[in-house]
Design a protein around this ligand. Sequence first.
Ligand code: ATP
Length: 446
Amino acid sequence: MADTALMDKLVSLCKRRGFVFQSSEIYGGLGSVWDYGPLGVELKKNVKDRWWYAMVHARDDIEGLDAAILMHPKVWEASGHVAGFTDPLVDCRQCKNRFRADDPRIKGTPGQSDAQCPVCGTRGSLTEPRLFNLMFKTFMGPVEDSAAVVYLRPETAQGIYVNYLNVLQSSRQRIPFGIAQIGKAFRNEITPGNFVFRTREFEQMEMQFFVRPGTDAEWFERWREWRMNWHHALGLSPAKLQWHQHAGSELAHYAKAAFDIQYQFPFGWQEIEGIHNRGDFDLSRHQEYSGKKLEYFDQARNERYIPYIVETSAGADRVALTLLVDGYREEEVEGETRVVLGLHPNMAPIKAGVFPLVKKDGMPEIATTLYHDLRKQFTCFYDDSGAIGRRYRRMDEAGTPFGVTIDGETISNQTVTVRNRDSMQQERLALSRVAEYLGDKLTLTS
Ligand code: ATP
């Protein structure tokens, strides 16, 4: 399948099955802003729950946090975002379109007569690059003047830094320890696109790990390994995951070292998570700008220091998209194309479909009772309309790993069939054992 064709098919499946809709679609949509429908919200929630489990619940040395989106404007001066969170842009004087200066579609050098606008094709119409800040601005309170400017946070990390002492003291943690947070971030991206890969409003899953200076390199390596393992455990194809190391020129101003976990999307290898050794940049800057001491006193060693930070920063939307891309496949089955979302069962929005074979002979009653029973533990879907094959196909497209069918035999011997989405094999099982069976299959292994 051609790469662009795969993305087109995925976008259309996402709309058809209720994973993702364009924001404000009835008004023509809003650029690169997307809404998650009934299945999409479950998928993204599963991603976030898995992350929260791995980061917070399964560990003793990480605490959770939910900081506000709006923060004191000085935070963004201290962080470097006011001065440096910029992209160089060029405008076309002819058609008024705006591009990133490094847009690969631009031929020639912007600002010179040879440069050609990628939209209207005019030569010499592109301006010199100008810096454009990616933060969304708004005003707090009734007066819209410069003193009232606040920003929608472009990353969740700063909420962690400014709360680090609050969390440390209230949780009685000691260094090394971490703070994890999931939340919305906003960036006025200039060339957004590729569906939910790059959007203007998105969710980040960020963890900042505070360590003693000098131990940062070894923690960095540990976190790299743990994070790659986490992506493998989601069921992503290992061959489509790779490391990308930031070379000196690519390193952000704060970073001592940075590696991205990249996935091979149809539109190329792209970052889904960054792991950064940020040194003491963040806390030193906040100490300087706030005038508050942010040092840690290490009792065991009887020394004071500003902790170094190792950060892991992933996008919930990007990981959800990665699962969809990785899971999508088409197969020929008895002369028909079967579309399957081969999601890991733990990531699937719906765990089991429950189907009475026909709408008579007591089958709907048994199926309904089973459905209500299973729903106490698993997300399930009841479907009694259409041929059973069609119902299975609908669940295949939604990524539902199991289909439970109540048929004539159920009435006579209290057994059901359980169909496996991937193998399409069916096995017979006692009706009373279905919940236990699903529980076994959905047990978390990591
Ligand atoms: P990129 O180079 O793709 O713009 P970045 O290096 O700016 O990403 P970070 O600032 O390190 O990204 O953000 C961490 C994570 O947040 C990324 O790995 C990605 O998963 C997610 N993310 C960043 N920007 C966006 C966006 N515009 N839309 C969706 N997810 C995003």
